[in-house]
Design a protein around this ligand. Structure first.
Ligand SMILES: [Mg+2]
Length: 446
């Protein structure tokens, strides 16, 4: 098949679940028993190059039933399309998927359908970057500013950033890009770790992992809070003693509180010098975040992993509601919408510290921060990518950390591909692990 006539011939989905609830990995105030899962999609083509586009969104356990079905409902938009045309302009597919009038009713541009769109769009970006033989961060950083602007849907955000302003930001972001690219290759991008701070861990495990984080070169850790104040006071004191005064400690309530509670609780923990309080309340409550921010300063307010689209991010910025913006690679409508959000953050001068962890979110989102550093904001100051030490061995091109920094990926694509052995083991319910588990009557994910 000649490269110009190649078509997408399959959109294959996989329901992948890991039994993480058994060790309380990932436990927080709102998710006491998470089985970390991925609704995983592979775009296959009839091109001779054998390349595939891989994408996924992160869910928890039974949520994957719904998420996989949502991805399958998009299949007809992709099958039969020209690979060359899609890769030359992923924004076209993004707009087609968002514009499906029968599915749009389920959002618009939020929730399960939007996450499904993100998975498919990200799979296309993976394929496009592979065809260009570049890791996605470099594919984006090398792209013409005008082309990047055309990838962004400015509908509903043009009051906050115009295409002309975005173009200017991207053009000025190119100054010094080559130098930053070599710095990035040498030193990587700073990360911080949440691994010590899961709610279900003992104080001994918290202390051991917090000390380990500092020894590993991290300059920030994060603790889950919000279930019990007396416990949180003890855990924050324990963690602060373990890391000393010079290391940043963020706290994360995973949406647990009302506004007044968020203020009281954060103030009660202020003596341990938290750097930011994350997801203090509903991710939809723009004005609530603004009120919390005003009341808990100098503790910063961070949110974004459950912010459903660029429009809510726009409002958070317009309302002065956040100090730290936390993009998620697999929550919104894929790379195109995250470009919009990165541009909004750059315009408002708010640092982006991505959410990661889950299944493969570190692998994905590192590319977006690295692009931002090389070719948009040009800085890593007060910027860190979340790191969670889970499940990386299931990926073909896992993240590599050195001295608390994410090393720049070199393999072409979006680092999204999972290992075939992992798919065979953890696909639900037929994979080897779950088949054996269900036969024993455990069925933790059921
Ligand atoms: Mg969080």
């Amino acid at each position: 098949m000649s490269p110009t006539s190649a078509r997408v011939i399959a959109v294959d989905t996989y329901d992948v679940r890991f039994p993480t609830s058994r060790d309380l990995d990932g436990s927080d105030a709102m998710n006491p028993d998470p089985d970390y899962s991925a609704a995983y999609v592979v775009l296959r083509t009839d091109a001779d190059d054998g390349l595939e586009g891989h994408g996924f969104t992160f869910t928890i356990g039974r949520g994957n039933d719904v998420q996989v079905a949502a991805i399958e409902s998009l299949r007809h938009h992709v099958i039969g399309r020209s690979v060359e045309e899609l890769c030359a302009d992923p924004g076209t597919l993004n707009r087609d998927l968002i514009g499906d009038s029968q599915l749009r009713w389920l959002g618009p541009e939020k929730g399960v359908m939007h996450m499904a769109i993100g998975a498919v769009v990200n799979a296309l970006w993976d394929l496009a970057a592979k065809r260009a033989r570049k890791p996605l961060w470099r594919f984006l950083a090398d792209a013409e500013p005008r082309w990047l602007v055309a990838q962004v849907d400015f509908r509903y955000i043009a009051d906050a950033i115009t295409p002309e302003e975005a173009l200017e930001l991207l053009r000025s972001g190119r100054h010094g890009a080559a130098e930053r690219e070599s710095l990035l290759r040498e030193h990587g991008y700073p990360g911080y770790t949440t691994s010590p701070g899961w709610l279900g861990y003992s104080d001994e495990k918290l202390t051991r992992l917090a000390r380990q984080a500092v020894a590993d070169g991290f300059t920030q850790i994060k603790l889950k809070v919000g279930a019990d104040l007396a416990d949180d006071v003890r855990r924050c004191r324990t963690a602060r003693q373990a890391i000393g005064p010079g290391i940043r400690m963020a706290i994360d309530a995973n949406q647990r509180w009302n506004i007044g509670e968020a203020v009281q609780w954060t103030r009660a923990l202020a003596e341990f010098d938290p750097y930011w309080v994350e997801e203090p309340t509903s991710p939809d409550d723009v004005l609530g975040h603004a009120a919390i921010r005003e009341a808990v300063a100098p503790v910063k307010v961070a949110t974004g992993e459950h912010v459903q689209n660029r429009i809510v991010f726009k409002q958070l910025l317009q309302a002065g509601a956040i100090d730290v913006l936390q993009i998620d690679a697999a929550r919104v409508g894929g790379v195109n919408e995250n470009l919009a959000i990165l541009l909004l953050a750059a315009k408002f001068g708010i640092p982006v510290c991505p959410h990661a962890g889950g299944v493969g979110l570190c692998e994905l989102v590192q590319h977006l921060s690295m692009f931002d550093y090389v070719a948009l904001t040009g800085t890593t100051e007060n910027r860190v990518i979340e790191y969670v030490d889970h499940l990386h061995d299931h990926f073909v091109d896992p993240v590599v950390l050195r001295d608390g920094h994410y090393l720049a990926p070199t393999a072409p694509g979006f680092s999204a591909a999972m290992r075939a052995e992992s798919l065979a083991e953890y696909t639900y319910p037929g994979g080897a692990f779950w088949a054996a588990d269900l036969a024993q009557g455990k069925g933790a994910a059921a």
